[in-house]
Design a protein around this ligand. Structure first.
Ligand code: ADP
Ligand code: MG
Length: 499
């Protein structure tokens, strides 16, 4: 049995010592507490938990970057506290970090793969052989002479994986490797990881997105608030149980869909077409209703939203608001009619990062506070504060710059910004993309409250759980067309996929 074991922790506890600027001890943060975990050879396990739950701290112990405050860690039978093992451990437990930029140092790709300190001691010819083999394994061989600076995030990530593979490690620890990747790049990464596992490596895959792990892991370990919650067999735990383990709440509390009386039709889109993007798209949404617009990425959903909001023009079709045909030429027209849009790319489209939160929130209605030179700042701030509180933004004051907030809180500011205008329809494009489970729950709560107060909401999302958990009706798009519509009662993941 012992032979089977790759990694093991015994009552692993780690405390960070916090110091102030002068170096005086301020306090202690217990980041992991009494963790007992074992990973077998060739096993693929997922580590889940939202931000700050202790995942990275655990991971750094497997590579001897951190040493236990209490308890012990073994890598391939070697105790990490014994100095003589350090080299073997670093060589056999490869680490891949969230941000590949930190790992890329060379001028050309192949240097990055070959000249890692890990490979010193291996004869030169063998190094180049390994570089070639590992760049091929991640599909980056043709880029071997390119400068890493010119690569996309996903390509850089693949180069840093090649660097790890070249060491021929027995175990690979990936700390949020998909965080900076597009969906497509993530898919590629999954394939590479699966292959490494099939070749016998143990994999620890750390993520805060539970969608990541399903197809890959045999077991999943959950952390919450520095506590080790448990380790489960993937095929024995349901979505609901897993979410509950991560957030400590029931799933019905995660998707707080209130009972809302659904009213008259507010927005209706008829036969909307834009050549090359979507064709003959029709749907409607009523007061108090949440309509889900789902389908595969690239099905044309974002383009439909942009067209309704006046960012793009449709060649054919009509848009009706409260039964009246409307002409929307630009976003200002849409806002005046009461249509708000939360773009998918909130950092670039949704916020002015250099501005204070407060000013971001009141931007859509800045005219109301006076002319460009003479603003009634007091009134503006009062309103900004009120809206920020409405969406429960965890920032100290509305004077903090938007760039200083976490992704989840930035998203809430964008929602607050929409609320400051007097709207009837909200179009939300992937509102929870890239935010952790805690912030997700908060955004769902806001959506539920807004529906209750009479907004008609269209939510674009690729995430089945939130579509099924939050929507009253679901329209499925595929290749630029609406291919089906389902009521919330009859919708299941399988039925959506059929469409
Ligand atoms: P995760 O990877 O799950 O987001 P981390 O392991 O990074 O979580 O953090 C766990 C806890 O330890 C958090 O409370 C975090 O604030 C704290 N922490 C992380 N790194 C440090 C550090 N270098 N100094 C002090 N506290 C830290
Ligand atoms: Mg982390």
């Amino acid at each position: 049995m012992k032979n089977e074991e790759m990694l093991r922790t015994e009552n692993l506890t780690f405390e960070y010592i916090r110091r102030d600027e002068e170096g005086n001890v301020e306090g202690i943060t217990k980041a992991v507490d009494q963790v007992n975990l074992d990973v077998k050879r060739g096993e693929f396990i997922a580590v889940l938990g939202h931000n700050g739950s202790g995942k990275s701290t655990l991971a750094k112990h497997f590579n001897a970057l951190l040493y236990p405050t209490e308890g012990a860690v073994w890598v391939d039978g070697m105790n990490t506290l014994e100095d003589s093992h350090l080299w073997d451990i670093r060589q056999n437990a490869g680490m891949i970090f969230q941000n590949p930029d930190n790992q890329i140092i060379g001028q050309v790709v192949e240097e990055d793969v070959g000249f890692g300190p890990e490979n010193m001691g291996v004869p030169t010819q063998e190094i180049w052989q390994r570089v070639e083999e590992s760049l091929k394994a991640v599909g980056m061989y043709e880029y071997r002479k390119a400068s890493p600076n010119h690569l996309s995030g996903g390509q850089k990530q693949r180069v840093s994986i090649a660097g790890v593979i070249a060491m021929h490690p027995k175990c690979i620890i990936m700390d949020e490797p998909t965080a900076a990747l597009t969906k497509r790049e993530s898919e590629e990464l999954y394939k590479i990881t699966e292959k490494l596992r099939d070749e016998g490596a143990s994999i620890i895959f750390i993520s805060h997105r539970f969608e990541d792990m399903y197809r890959l892991a045999s077991r999943v370990t959950v952390f919450r608030d520095s506590q080790y919650i448990g380790c489960y067999q993937v095929d024995e735990i349901t979505n609901e149980e897993l979410i509950k383990a991560m957030v400590g709440r029931e799933i019905k509390d995660l998707f707080p869909k209130p009972d809302v009386e659904i009213g008259e039709e507010v927005l209706s889109v008829k036969h909307l077409s834009r050549v090359g993007y979507f064709k003959d798209v029709s749907f409607n949404v009523r007061k108090g209703e949440i309509l889900g617009l789902t389908g595969l990425v690239g099905a044309g959903r974002t383009e439909v939203c942009e067209t309704i909001f006046g960012l793009e023009k449709a060649e054919e079709g009509e848009i009706y608001l409260n039964g009246q045909k409307v002409r929307i030429q630009c976003p200002q027209d849409a806002m005046k009619l009461g249509i708000g849009y939360l773009p998918e790319d909130r950092q670039h489209q949704g916020l002015i990062l250099d501005w204070e939160i407060g000013r971001n929130i009141t931007l859509p209605i800045i005219d109301q506070f006076g002319s460009k030179i003479w603003l009634n700042e007091k009134k503006e701030r009062e309103l900004a504060k009120e809206q920020a509180e409405r969406v429960d933004t965890k920032a100290l004051t509305i004077f903090v710059k938007a760039s200083a907030l976490s992704g989840g809180n930035q998203q809430k500011v964008v929602v607050a910004k929409l609320l400051s205008a007097d709207l009837k329809v909200l179009i939300l494009d992937e509102p929870t993309k890239g935010v952790d489970v805690g912030a997700k729950a908060a955004i769902y709560k806001i959506m539920g409250d807004l529906a209750k107060s009479g907004y008609a909401i269209v939510m674009v999302s690729s995430e089945m759980p939130e579509i099924l958990g939050m929507c009253d009706r679901i329209s499925v798009m595929c290749d630029g067309r609406v291919t089906g519509e389902l009521n919330c009662g009859e919708a299941t993941q399988e039925r959506i996929l059929e469409h």
